[in-house]
Design a protein around this ligand. Structure first.
Ligand code: NG1
Length: 406
């Protein structure tokens, strides 16, 4: 939907033109999965697909947000210091989330009327939820004159999203707010740092959707939160063991401090003394994935498409075998992308359904796309609306809030 059509939809609904536009992109994570909430690095980039809200501020605290998609009911609520949530699973909770967090921290009182449109597939691991949280948060912060810099604001938005019940990390909010055109970003946490890395012109990251939704306000939420708990428990046991067995001189109680002093092979070896089963698997994924992120960033600087692809393959194997967040369809998409000539492929985002990302150079990308269409989408009879399911990601700029006519 173009801006003109969105603005017209606003006027049709509210009887006057909108005055402002708030927009926030989704993202594709290139590598570094389930590392952000362990304070370890990630390497995502923002997409050309985004959430856009045309709006008009009000002189009272009511928020009314109409969705251009009729299956999503219009959301209405009052800004107050503790905003009660809608029923679990309602999309409106992603609108209330930033309002609740901003009202808890700042004296905000102005609401808005708005119309929202998005070309991001929902529950597909491309962060449509954080894009919505950011777009609403940015609108409320601006119309209430709350001024924070990007990194602080992205921390606030990450806390805000916990309102829906998922204990996510801060990757999605940070990249959606802080991204630059033509760049991916190596992001580290606590404190948040964003290092922009230009993506080589002839690298194509293909995003392909399984069509299986991974509803993080629904079934995937418990599985996601469970992984986070397991990572915390594994860390607690390993750091206690490292301390009592005098493996290092100092105490290391966080993942970043452990991976700084011990390489992944040593860490996994040490971990086998105190962990087994799922805890050992989760720990092994997390520490090896962190090392893959660092290597992957180096591969970009070296313009080494084959090396980057190999790291993506290893990441997928680890997510599938050790973190156990892949699925039959995700594994199949990865295999088909590789068959089509991709240098590497992996599930992206939380997993449990959603999308994969595959890397190909400019000369091979056509064959990767064709193979995905014929061997995955056509075989499953889901080749309709193919541009929504399968596209080449364009590294795009982060969120913005502008006055219409600016
Ligand atoms: P998606 O793909 O949006 O479900 C989730 C978390 C991220 C990160 C990834 C896994 C939220 C908002 N996002 O992303 O923080 O942990 O999973 O790497 O919870």
């Amino acid at each position: 939907m173009t801006n003109d059509v969105l603005f017209q939809a606003f006027e049709d609904h509210f009887g006057a033109p909108p005055t402002h536009l708030s927009r926030a992109p989704g993202r594709v994570n290139l590598i570094g999965e389930h590392t952000d909430y362990n304070d370890l690095p990630v390497f995502p980039m923002a997409l050309q697909k985004e959430v856009r809200i045309a709006l008009r501020p009000r002189d009272n605290g009511r928020v009314v947000l109409h969705n251009v998609r009729s299956e999503f009911q219009t959301v209405e609520f009052e800004i107050e210091p503790a905003i009660p949530p809608f029923a679990k699973g309602s999309w409106g909770n992603y609108v209330k989330a930033p309002a609740n967090e901003l009202a808890r921290r700042f004296a905000i009182w102005r609401g808005f009327v708005g119309v929202v449109a998005s070309d991001l597939p929902v529950a597909s691991g491309l962060s449509s939820s954080s894009a919505l949280v950011n777009a609403v948060g940015l609108a409320l912060a601006n119309i209430n004159e709350v001024s924070t810099e990007v990194r602080e604001f992205s921390g606030i938005m990450a806390d805000a999203e916990h309102y829906v019940g998922t204990r996510g990390g801060g990757m999605d909010q940070a990249i959606s707010l802080g991204a630059r055109n033509r760049c991916a970003a190596r992001i580290t946490f606590n404190p948040l740092r964003i290092r922009h890395v230009t993506v080589p012109d002839d690298w194509c990251f293909v995003v392909a959707d399984t069509g299986i939704r991974a509803e993080k306000s629904g079934a995937a939420q418990a599985a996601y939160n469970m992984r986070r708990k397991e990572c915390e428990e594994a860390l607690r046991l390993v750091s206690a063991h490292v301390a009592t067995a005098n493996i290092t001189e100092k105490l290391h109680t966080s993942y970043p401090s452990l991976v700084k002093v011990l390489d992944p092979e040593t860490l996994v070896e040490v971990a086998t003394d105190v962990l087994d089963g799922n805890l050992l698997r989760r720990f092994r994924h997390v520490v090896t994935e962190a090392a893959r992120v660092e290597e992957a960033v180096d591969r970009v600087f070296a313009a080494d498409v084959i090396g980057f692809g190999a790291l993506m393959d290893r990441s997928h194997a680890s997510l599938s075998r050790d973190f156990q967040v892949s699925s039959y369809e995700l594994d199949d998409l990865v295999a088909v992308a590789r068959e089509g000539g991709a240098a590497g492929a992996r599930l992206t985002g939380a997993g449990f359904g959603g999308c994969i990302v595959a890397l190909a150079d400019r000369w091979t990308v056509g064959s990767v796309l064709e193979t995905l269409v014929s061997e995955f989408y056509e075989r499953r009879h889901i080749a309709d609306r193919i541009d929504d399911r399968l596209f080449v990601a364009v590294p795009s700029r982060g969120a913005s809030f502008t006055e219409i006519g600016d």
